[in-house]
Write a protein that binds this ligand. Structure first.
Ligand SMILES: Cc1ncc(COP(=O)(O)O)c(C=O)c1O
Ligand SMILES: [Zn+2]
Length: 403
């Protein structure tokens, strides 16, 4: 039995193939590359029952991950996050079978740890010594810390407005940190120049093929945690779109392996009203999105005006009969509070957007009452302390506490 059944890289646009044993970034046609596995061989050698008793981390799926030699695994114990029933909020929105996949409980506090763990591990396997990436904060924090653990140097560029904690996480890791007075797209241009000038490994979203593989494990876990039955609907807060592309890829691989059966869940790309290029494209039935000008939202992770993998996100939505929906900041902040009050979970604004989306889609009848629904909370609320406004007077010592 092999540690990994990875076979090659393939371009989803022009079908050109590449060797996974060499450093590859984009296809020569400009498209992101996807990782392929020998699924027939894997299906013969491994069964889903073999997973029982393995470590509660994403590496339990190592056959479906691209790292060939276990000694290259860089891990902080990421994965196997809880799939929580949300009965109180579910009752409130008339979805009794509502669940939350809670990525707040993972190293670095967001699901970005998954992409970083697998991406950094594969970079290490390929002999990468220094990487660079633009980020809205969370990905840079995760990659800087995992790179530190893997002995790889990193250069991270983020908007000056990105959540301050993510800036601190990068700084404390010893990475080279740059702040830009602009958006992630501006940071991306700077990284592009630096990568050429200094011959760095470009770890930008979808410019290396392995981050998706890490994020894919959210889909693998949801399937396993549901007893290898697929939910009816999965809602995902979509920025660069790697998570939703990864979940779609995971479920297709599981189907091909015969580990799950039936129709794939309807995938919902949830965006912010102030930055909704995928929603606009979906409403216009287009296969690619257009750059969203002057984007703005408190859900910083989904402030991505144009995603390199937009066509893959839209394909995942179209192929699963899913949909795309935009949520206003005010509504997602109210939902964030409601979830903390009803469920005791302090989730991130991006995650809160998926719950508003579920609520709206139920009201519209797009989600049926008896359907099994999974909303992704992609990070911990405590990474965004300033989204909660606290206005409480300070008492004088010995003052009487009036209830
Ligand atoms: C908390 C959070 N949720 C969602 C996203 C969007 O991720 P994706 O690139 O998978 O669409 C991000 C990206 O920064 C994020 O930080
Ligand atoms: Zn190509």
């Amino acid at each position: 039995m092999k540690y990994s059944y990875v076979s090659h890289l393939i371009c989803p646009k022009c079908n050109k193939t590449y060797d996974h044993n060499e450093v590859n970034q984009l296809c020569s046609c400009g498209s992101p590359l996807l990782v392929k596995y020998n699924l027939d061989e894997l299906a013969k050698d491994v069964s889903k029952e073999d997973l029982v008793g393995r470590s509660a981390s994403l590496w339990r799926y190592h056959e479906l991950l691209p790292v060939v030699d276990e000694k290259n695994v860089v891990s902080l114990g990421e994965g196997m996050t809880p799939l929580l029933p949300m009965s109180a909020v579910g009752k409130d929105m008339d979805i009794p079978n509502l669940h939350m996949k809670d990525e707040g409980i993972i190293p670095t506090g967001t699901f970005k740890a998954r992409g970083a763990a697998v991406g950094v591990s594969k970079a290490k396997e390929l002999g990468v010594k220094e990487l660079a990436m633009p980020t809205n904060g969370n990905a840079g924090a995760a990659w800087a810390l995992y790179a530190a653990r893997g002995g790889i140097k990193s250069t991270i560029v983020m908007p000056v407005d990105a959540p301050k904690i993510t800036r601190n996480e990068v700084a404390v890791s010893g990475a080279d940190l740059y702040l830009v007075d602009g958006l992630i797209s501006d940071a991306g241009k700077m990284v592009g120049q630096a990568v050429k000038e200094y011959e760095l490994f470009d770890a930008s979203t979808l410019k290396e093929p392995y981050r998706i593989e890490g994020k894919k494990t959210m889909g693998l876990e949801i399937a396993e945690q549901m007893g290898w039955k697929m939910p009816d609907v999965i809602l995902y807060p979509t920025g660069g779109g790697v998570g939703i592309i990864g979940i779609y890829k995971a479920l297709n691989e599981l189907k091909e392996l015969g580990w799950v059966e039936g129709k794939l869940p309807r995938l919902v790309a949830v965006q912010a009203e102030g930055c909704a290029p995928i929603v606009k494209a979906w409403e216009e039935k287009k296969s690619v999105s257009e750059f969203w000008n002057d984007s703005e939202t408190v859900a910083f992770g989904i402030n991505v005006p144009k995603a390199l993998g937009d066509f893959l996100v839209l394909e995942a939505v179209y192929q699963t009969d899913g949909c795309a929906i935009a949520i206003e900041d005010q509504a997602l902040l109210e939902e964030q509070q409601k979830i903390a009050e009803l469920e005791g979970a302090f989730i991130c604004p991006e995650g809160a957007a998926t719950f508003v989306a579920a609520r709206r889609l139920r009201e519209q009848g797009w989600i049926k009452e008896n359907e099994v629904v999974v909303a992704l909370n992609t990070g911990a609320g405590i990474k965004y302390p300033d989204t909660v406004k606290v206005d409480v007077p300070v008492l004088q010592k010995n003052e009487f506490l009036q209830k």
